[in-house]
Design a protein around this ligand. Structure first.
Ligand SMILES: Cc1cc2nc3c(=O)[nH]c(=O)nc-3n(C[C@H](O)[C@H](O)[C@H](O)COP(=O)(O)OP(=O)(O)OC[C@H]3O[C@@H](n4cnc5c(N)ncnc54)[C@H](O)[C@@H]3O)c2cc1C
Length: 484
């Protein structure tokens, strides 16, 4: 019997787990994938929004502004990359100015500071590569970019350091109220909990509808992106948004904390909760729309494309509450954008609701900080030399594109909640994220995983958990016996 079972180890579940671990509670996070950060949290724009976009008075607006304020100190404590670069919402015709002003007014009403509309030379100085058609922009200096993979992992790792249990490769299949607590059925047996937190991303409607009479539906809203190489990462200095439409924020162009350039997303309502493919139409839309705000985007530097699914609900607001007809069942649902920005505040809010249900005592031995993995790519020669002095394997480069060393990969494996797959290594170190997209470093990383993990053989290494094994057999032993 746990005090709290959290379904889902995305950024919402991890933030809730970390906040709850400040209390004297037994907590278990159940995740169907093999790692943290395998859902929407791994595929988004990675912007810490300033908070002017959400309608005033909504939970989204409140938690965005609160989350953005908490994000800086949190990333500092948890060793997560965050860059306060600011954002611009650009306007290309006079008719758009009132909407820009309305966005500014809404931002002020939401509590966003230092917003202003900029034009002319000042605007071009801020962002030289804006399209020639841009006449004005809403400047939000408090907006930032964050590394979403690090944020999700660091929150989860810190929760783990504070006693939270994590069960991976464990899918929740049922929920039932039994004798005043919850029976949580999973593919690895049943669990019992006094409280259940439903942080299952695009699947949160499934669990809500199992537990409650008042049903709702989450419609996955897909967003596709281009990722350009670090050679294009400085094409813009800030996150450049287009004016919002009723389908969302439009196409943005933004640097990432890893130094790439991101162009996207689309906004397509699809029926498939697993529909994270990219399409020729979606990518063509990005090619057509992005020049409206930024000129000469060097698309030939594109190294990959991806898509993520927003957990969209018709009400277009987060649903974070104990369900009225399901005592102890707490929804953390419909966490679409700006869920990443709001995540520190989402964690706080979920913990506050659980406090009201369980009335737990606070701990005085909470560990608030954790250290990330050193980044060799951005280190100075002196810093790199000092790392090599400390451990010579910092001198052995495994991923040449992103200059990731053996020591970093070993650290990613042996940190708490460490990596067990190629994608796990990728999200923690940026190995495989460069121009060659894992072409050169895959066999070397497989060898390191095999060497460092006693229970994992070379031929059992996966890209992203069971079913994605990289080795299927020896050529001569494969069906047909032909030596290829
Ligand atoms: C295109 C796009 C752009 C975005 N841009 C931004 C942005 O710039 N800034 C911002 O603030 N936000 C942005 N967001 C929103 C942000 O990414 C999400 O709000 C956030 O990542 C949601 O996190 P989550 O933990 O709620 O969901 P997820 O990360 O999806 O986590 C849910 C987890 O639940 C697990 N799960 C599901 N079913 C089960 C089950 N049966 N048993 C066990 N586990 C289960 C999943 O495997 C998953 O790991 C964007 C989203 C998209 C799609």
């Amino acid at each position: 019997m746990y005090d709290v079972v959290i379904i889902g180890a995305g950024v919402s579940g991890a933030a809730a787990a970390r906040e709850l671990s400040k209390r004297r509670l037994s907590i278990c996070v159940v995740e169907r994938e093999e790692d943290v950060c395998c859902g929407t949290t791994k595929a988004n724009s990675a912007i810490v929004h300033a908070g002017f976009d959400a309608q005033t008075g909504t939970l989204m607006a409140k938690l965005n502004v609160r989350g953005a304020a908490l994000m800086g100190p949190l990333c500092e404590d948890l060793g997560v990359d965050l860059k306060n670069i600011g954002s611009l919402v650009v306007c290309t015709d006079e008719e758009g100015i009132p909407a820009l002003q309305a966005l500014l007014d809404r931002g002020i009403a939401n509590g966003v500071e230092r917003l202003e509309i900029v034009t002319g030379d000042r605007l071009r100085e801020l962002e030289p590569n804006l399209s020639d058609d841009v006449i004005a922009a809403l400047w939000a200096p408090t907006a930032s970019i964050v590394n979403p993979f690090q944020l999700n992992w660091a929150l989860a790792e810190n929760a783990y350091q504070n006693g939270v249990e994590f069960r991976f490769n464990t899918e929740v299949t049922g929920l039932e109220r039994v004798d005043g607590s919850w029976k949580v059925s999973t593919t690895a047996g049943d669990l019992s909990a006094r409280c259940v937190v439903n942080a299952a991303g695009v699947y949160a409607d499934v669990f809500h509808n199992m537990a409650c009479e008042d049903k709702f539906e989450i419609v996955p809203r897909r967003g596709q992106y281009f990722v350009l190489d670090t050679t294009a990462g400085r094409h813009v200095r800030h996150t450049v948004f287009q004016q919002p439409t009723k389908l969302g924020k439009g196409v943005l162009v933004s640097p990432t904390t890893a130094g790439n350039l991101l162009v996207g997303p689309t906004a397509e309502d699809i029926g498939d909760k697993e529909g994270t493919d990219t399409t020729a139409e979606g990518l063509a839309e990005l090619l057509a729309k992005s020049p409206l705000s930024v000129k000469n985007i060097p698309f030939r530097e594109t190294i990959t494309s991806f898509s993520g699914l927003r957990a969209h609900r018709a009400e277009h607001d987060f649903l974070i509450a104990e369900a009225p007809d399901a005592p102890g069942f707490v929804d953390c649902a419909a966490i679409e954008s700006p869920g990443l920005s709001a995540s520190p505040a989402i964690g706080e809010m979920v913990a506050g609701i659980v406090d009201g249900i369980l009335g737990a005592e606070m701990r005085d031995d909470f560990i608030a900080k954790r250290e990330g993995i050193p980044n060799v790519e951005w280190a100075t020669q002196e810093e790199w030399a000092a790392l090599i002095e400390q451990d010579p394997s910092y001198g052995r480069v495994i991923c040449r594109c992103r200059k990731v060393t053996e020591a970093q990969i070993v650290a990613a494996i042996h940190h708490p909640l460490g990596a067990r797959s190629l994608d796990g290594i990728k999200r923690r170190t940026e190995a495989c994220m460069g121009r060659c997209q894992a072409g050169f470093c895959t066999p070397k990383i497989m060898e390191i995983l095999d060497r460092e993990l006693a229970d994992l053989g070379y031929d059992q290494v996966t890209k992203a958990g069971p079913g994605s094994e990289l080795i299927v057999g020896k050529d001569k032993e494969l069906e047909g016996g032909d030596a290829r």
